[in-house]
Design a protein around this ligand. Structure first.
Ligand code: MSP
Length: 464
């Protein structure tokens, strides 16, 4: 598999709060994929950003007694700072309040309107501000509570504009069957396909009459554009002419927007479809959904301060297969830190470096093709935990070789064997550094640095 160019996106996160471990999860994944394809020689373009309009953001600003623009400006600073700490190298950061974005969204919706894809009608329904979405009563729990946000939905009645989403049902089914837009993992493809085959699609309310903090509808300035339509279009406005994306990442909470509404919007305006959307799982904390009210929101910056950024980047993608739900607990994090990082990897480096110094052995860099092939296959399929397992198997094997061959006994008995052994181990170390680089760029750099000099420093200092 090879890509000349690789254009990857994350969702644009709501600017109602600072980043947490969930938004960091998707963004670090995109960074790993970007770094990986860059190493393989692709021209990578990595797009992320913030979703700054809508009721949810406006309410958050109001709570802080700030005007929404000043509030989202601060959020942008906080997101950019976090992504920088987490060593995330994006190429473009879209803000939906930027003028070029606003202009494009208005032109886009005007085009839909001119093409007869939009009509006006009455709407009354239950709205969840957390999801920024109208819900059907059957989707809600008792007392009209949103199962995701545990908050009561509001009855809203308004005269608004609708996009003829229902018209695209057949075409969407065809796209799915022909895999013109790939949806992975397969279980998600099945879910969308089943839904599209059974449920008649309803037209989509794409404007709001009572939400001021949004982009005005060009032909009816009393209304604003539905925040999801505004947000989805960031993928085009941020693309710097590189449309369509190779891969769009998101979690399961918002995949229907991306698998149904998004391609329909593109079909209606003649844009190409993304090549692939990949839906990963949801991270809980000690088995519970992360939420402010539970006070269990994990701040990735705090974790990084204590354990280092790379330990976090490693843990998130080793512990849980990408695509499945996973849980974050400090206990498990510390266990992995001690055993996989400080013991397996950190020790290996230290042992080999000490031996090299003691026995004065030079090393030569060679690449083993077979292992690269297997690991590349896992990386191409976004099987990060598999790739890391295979890399850690090399680490374990190298540690075992040292234990078995007992180099300290070989100095006198078989100096030639000792020499071969250590140069093999050094070769393994540089391979390991190269392989972990997309996941742990700082660690890889430190390892290579130590291979080139005589400096020996622990990679993962022991805690407590
Ligand atoms: N603003 C919309 C997205 C618009 S994209 C055109 C939105 N924002 S969000 O802030 O709620 O971000 C949702 C996304 O953040 C998820 O799809 C996922 O990528 C990431 N995650 C947020 N919490 C997460 C977890 N607890 N676990 C894993 N990913 C999580 O929806």
């Amino acid at each position: 598999m090879d890509y000349g160019r690789f254009f990857i996106t994350t969702p644009i996160y709501y600017a109602n709060d600072k980043p947490h471990i969930g938004s960091a999860y998707t963004t670090i994944a995109a960074d790993i994929i970007s770094r990986y394809w860059q190493k393989r020689g692709s021209e990578v373009f990595f797009l992320t950003g913030l979703d700054e309009h809508g009721t949810k953001v406006a309410q958050a600003a109001q709570k802080q007694k700030q005007n929404p623009q000043a509030f989202v400006d601060e959020m942008v600073t906080s997101y950019k700072a976090a992504w920088s700490v987490l060593n995330i190298q994006y190429d473009n950061f879209v803000r939906t309040t930027d003028k070029y974005h606003v202009d494009f969204v208005q032109k886009f919706i005007q085009k839909l309107y001119d093409n007869g894809e939009i009509y006006k009608d009455k709407y009354s329904g239950l709205y969840c501000i957390g999801c920024e979405e109208y819900k059907l009563p059957e989707e809600l729990g008792r007392g009209l509570i949103c199962p995701l946000h545990k908050t009561k939905c509001q009855m809203v009645e308004e005269d608004i504009y609708f996009f003829r989403l229902s018209k695209y049902q057949k075409q969407l089914i065809e796209i799915m069957q022909s895999k013109k837009m790939i949806i992975e993992p397969e279980s998600r493809w099945n879910e969308v396909f089943r839904f599209l085959s059974k449920e008649p699609l309803k037209d989509l309310a794409i404007t709001r009459s009572k939400v001021e903090w949004g982009i005005p509808v060009p032909w009816d300035k009393e209304q604003t554009i539905y925040v999801w339509v505004d947000a989805l279009l960031n993928y085009i406005t941020g693309s710097r002419g590189l449309w369509p994306p190779t891969l769009q990442l998101m979690a399961k909470d918002i995949f229907r927007f991306h698998a149904i509404i998004w391609p329909a919007m593109l079909l209606a305006t003649g844009y190409e479809l993304p090549e692939k959307i990949f839906i990963h799982g949801f991270m809980t904390v000690n088995g519970q959904k992360m939420s402010k009210s539970l006070g269990n929101v994990i701040d990735p910056i705090e974790i990084s301060k204590v354990y280092g950024v790379d330990a976090l980047r490693y843990f998130l993608f080793r512990e849980v297969p990408f695509g499945q739900d996973g849980d974050f607990s400090i206990d498990r994090f510390e266990r992995r830190y001690r055993s996989d990082l400080a013991n397996d990897l950190g020790n290996l480096l230290q042992r080999i470096m000490t031996m090299r110094e003691k026995y004065q052995i030079d090393w030569e860099y060679r690449v083993s093709k077979k292992i690269f092939h297997e690991i590349n296959k896992a990386m191409e399929n976004l099987e990060f935990s598999n790739a890391l397992n295979m890399i850690w198997a090399i680490i374990t094997e190298a540690n075992q070789r040292i234990d078995m061959e007992r180099p300290w006994d070989l100095t006198k008995s078989n100096p030639q064997k000792l020499k071969t052994l250590i140069s093999g181990l050094l070769e393994a170390l540089s391979e390991i550094a190269n392989l972990i680089e997309p996941f742990m760029p700082d660690t890889a750099r430190k390892m290579i640095g130590q291979l080139k000099t005589d400096k020996i420093e622990p990679l993962f200092p022991r805690k407590k």
